[in-house]
Design a protein. Structure first.
Length: 262
């Protein structure tokens, strides 16, 4: 069975390519001595309720306008602009300008992973209305986790890939087998191109609602891209929520053996 996976090359102590231990950079040289990471400013940015709501909405992976983020956070437009300026200065979001409009998105996968980890260790917002109950149900069924598929649909796809021998779970990332690559190629994923991406190839990502893994990394992003392109998944009105179509349910069962997506 052939496999492809992430490779991490360990440095050999004493070689010229060794990275210094944290806090020892430049000892005996001219570089500044590095201290511990200063996480307090970033934590303070996320700790505000309105900014946290905006960042959570941006886990959708798409760029959103300031007005839409203001509505989601429940604040006025000037207040939203102030919050977004702080998030931009703090490196948590980036801005895309189109004419007079400015659209904001998360600064990258590291920010998304940080938010997902915080979600796993955080409590749940109390559901107090039918609207909130519907939103919670949709997010649990299928949602975008930045740029890959999460929720029950994402977990079932990951489980099916492992169960059918397409993925082999391993420390530090999943191994893609020949049969897994064949199935993904049938979906339309260019596996060789994805393997060359400058990010981890196929790490598992613990789903903060299901408490089970779904597929992340470059391969997870490519899979979600193809599922949306084929309209097997469609976006709805609830931020981050995705809806599995009949064609998607049939296709995922046919290609990957997903049997629990009714």
């Amino acid at each position: 069975m052939s496999v492809t996976h992430d490779r991490t090359h360990a440095a050999v102590p004493g070689t010229a390519g060794d990275a210094p231990e944290p806090g020892t950079a430049g000892i005996g040289g001219d570089a500044e001595i590095a201290g511990d990471a200063d996480i307090a400013p970033v934590a303070a940015l996320i700790a505000d309720g309105a900014r946290a709501a905006m960042l959570t909405a941006l886990l959708d992976g798409r760029a959103l306008a300031a007005g839409e983020l203001a509505r989601i956070a429940g604040v006025s437009a000037p207040t939203a602009s102030s919050h977004l300026a702080r998030l931009l200065d703090g490196g948590l979001v980036t801005v895309v300008k189109q004419g007079r409009h400015r659209y904001y998105r998360l600064a990258g996968p590291d920010v998304a992973r940080t938010l997902e980890v915080l979600a796993r260790i955080s409590g749940r917002v109390a559901v107090r209305s039918l609207r909130q109950s519907r939103q919670a149900r949709l997010l649990r069924e299928a949602r975008s986790c930045y740029d890959h598929l999460a929720g029950r649909a994402g977990v079932e796809l990951y489980d099916a890939l492992v169960r059918e021998g397409g993925l082999i779970e391993a420390d530090g990332g999943c191994l893609l087998t020949a049969s897994g690559a064949e199935a993904l190629t049938e979906l339309g994923v260019d596996v060789e191109r994805v393997r060359r991406a400058r990010r981890r190839f196929a790490p598992d990502c613990l789903d903060w609602l299901e408490r089970r893994p779904h597929l992340g990394g470059a391969l997870g992003a490519a899979v979600l891209d193809r599922l949306l392109a084929r309209e097997w998944l469609v976006r709805g009105t609830v931020p981050r929520a995705l809806r599995l179509t009949g064609a998607g349910r049939e296709g995922l069962e046919r290609i990957f053996g997903c049997k629990d997506l009714s």
